[in-house]
Design a protein around this ligand. Sequence first.
Ligand code: SF4
Length: 738
Amino acid sequence: MIEKRHTVCRICHAACDLVVSVENGKPVAIHGNKDNPAYHGYSCIKGRAAGALLEAPSRLLHSMQRQPDGSHRKIPSGRAISQVAAQLRQIIDRHGPRSVALFTGTYCTINPLFETFAKAFLRAIDSPMLFDNLTIDQPGKSTAPGLIGTWLAGTPSMDEWDALLLVGANPIVSMNGGLGVNPARRLKQMQARGMKLVVVDPRRTECAARADIHLQPRPGEDAAIIAGLIRQILVDAMVDQDFVDAETTGIEELAAAVMPFTPAMVAQRAGIEADALVKAARVLGKARCGATSFGTGANMSGDPSTVEYLGRVLASLRGWWRRPGDQLANPGVFLQPLPPIAATPGPMAVEGVGARMEARGVTGSLAGNPVSALPDEILTTGPGKIRALIVAGGNPVLAWPDQAKTVQALADLDLLVCIDPFMSATSEMADYVLASRLGLECETNSAANEKWGLFNPGWGYEQPYGQSNPPVVAPPEDSDLREDWEFFYDLAQAMGLPLELHSIALVDPQEAAANAIPLDMTRKPSTSEAWASAFTGSPVPYEDMRRHPGPRLVDRAPVTVQPKPEGWTGRLELAAPLIMERLSRLGNPPPLADGAFPFRLICRRLQDVVNSCGHDNPIQLRKWTYNPAFMHPSDLEALGLSAGDTVTIRSAHGAITGIVEVDAGLRAGCVSMPHSWGRHPGREQRLDRDGANTGRLIAIDRDIDALTGQPLMSAIPVSVSPATAPAETPLKQYEAAK
Ligand code: SF4
């Protein structure tokens, strides 16, 4: 008999409601739930292919231990935990807690229980060496609110927007913000009632194709474009003057800083039409209400903080924030929202707030400790050397910049532990791989998407929506798997350490720390109990959500936004000195000379595949089994190339071999290529099966953003030529190294 069960998809942060048809304990079909009040049936092929992931060739059913010859052999999870705990204890005793680092990858950061246990473990060993993927993909999302100040009441509902500015973002495919869940449906509705969409993107993406205005610039010019839009809004006197006078500071300094960004200057530098820039500014300037949203394209192209900051400045000039008396339709389900006050506490420190990187001589920022510095912290022979790394739900070998140095660093560790459901390119290097369950085998909920929605317009839920579900299927009978969070509890227990959780429900880190939740280390909680502890203080008790599985709109009254209390001094800072200084440098030099590297390689995603994993799931690979290097037909013709040809793509740092494909909607002069593909460099390179790793083109010792430590991850100057021999350096030494 086929039974239909719900689960919350854990493949990306969008947390879609999936209906799984289960027969004899196995998923036989997966689809979206058309009755879901938020998603309205939405799901993507990646989620619908989650059943096939259970059977993927790289899927692990047992924890693994590396052998002296480099192969891996099964090890009972309990024994692996004891051995890892003993080795960590030895490393800490000899070299101090700082010698142990934790990297939380995407599959940790989109699973709040995994993340909260991972961080609790790092606190328990007293190491400050926490790194996550934010400093390589979207650091501006953290630094920009710190620079301008967080508007506590947030952005008005999408139903009220008259305009949306999307920069380097394609939420129809990536779900990365700006159009909520079920993005294509939502955009259609918004445009049907008259909302105008302005897209800045070198690609004619799915969103750009639907835009009222598409500015298709030279990659890496987003900051200049937003500065130009702001200048035009100021020149046209399209500022919400009452709001600016009452709630902001720095308008004069801002105006002076953006004045050089005339339409002609921006047009010349970004390679767009000056008239189109002015038109876009007037669309945004006339919109009574709207939002700006920035994706990985904008965040990975050299100056994430400036573009994200200027987006918030533009929104503030137009007064696109909730005001006293506005309704907050979602007062929170799993998470406490920020106080519903129409005000900002003002800017906060963004620099020097993380750990000091001894080898690099820099300090982490509000975006976290810089991942780009981690290889040097491992390879250093000086004080503070990192000797053990725990990778939680990530794949550094494919995802970190400078793959060769990453692999060299991982090979230099005394201990590398991966918590992963797959034998990934990084797991292949690990001393221990602690095999975790997949989403369908876990109790899941929608808190991840709710969390993102607290800080970013067009993310999260606009209604009091929540979902919690028990596991859909049991792990295979002959397996030895644990839920990912359990490994941190088990390690702490084996090391005799107490664990204190910081509640997921409390988004203010200070409040969460002040109300830390001590765990009973004599009895491991069940997953339901662990979630309940981790949601301490949530608006709706977790037990209540668990008792009513499946998607639901919780009966919670909307909250009315309050005016700021008497004597409140915080104001939005429109002229953060750090950004004004960057604008002054941006305004001076002419555009980069193209020289030996005439193309710009930009990052992207493919609709069917997650960039750094699932590359052996046949359903996800139905269209592409590798990551093509998309180019404009005119560029291919000029180089004498056709679709399917192999090419050498070379940067100042390295070279890769790619397979070119036609994209007539791409700006000429660009190479658009999904990042985080390829495989471990010591393995046989199978270009048409695994693709190429663009991380090999990225340097981590130059072109680094001084604030966040992010390298130039996109808009990378490259050359393209027909391949005469494989471009990849023979990296056999890495095979020998580990
Ligand atoms: S959009 Fe993300 S959460 Fe939704 S089905 Fe696809 S992978 Fe899963």
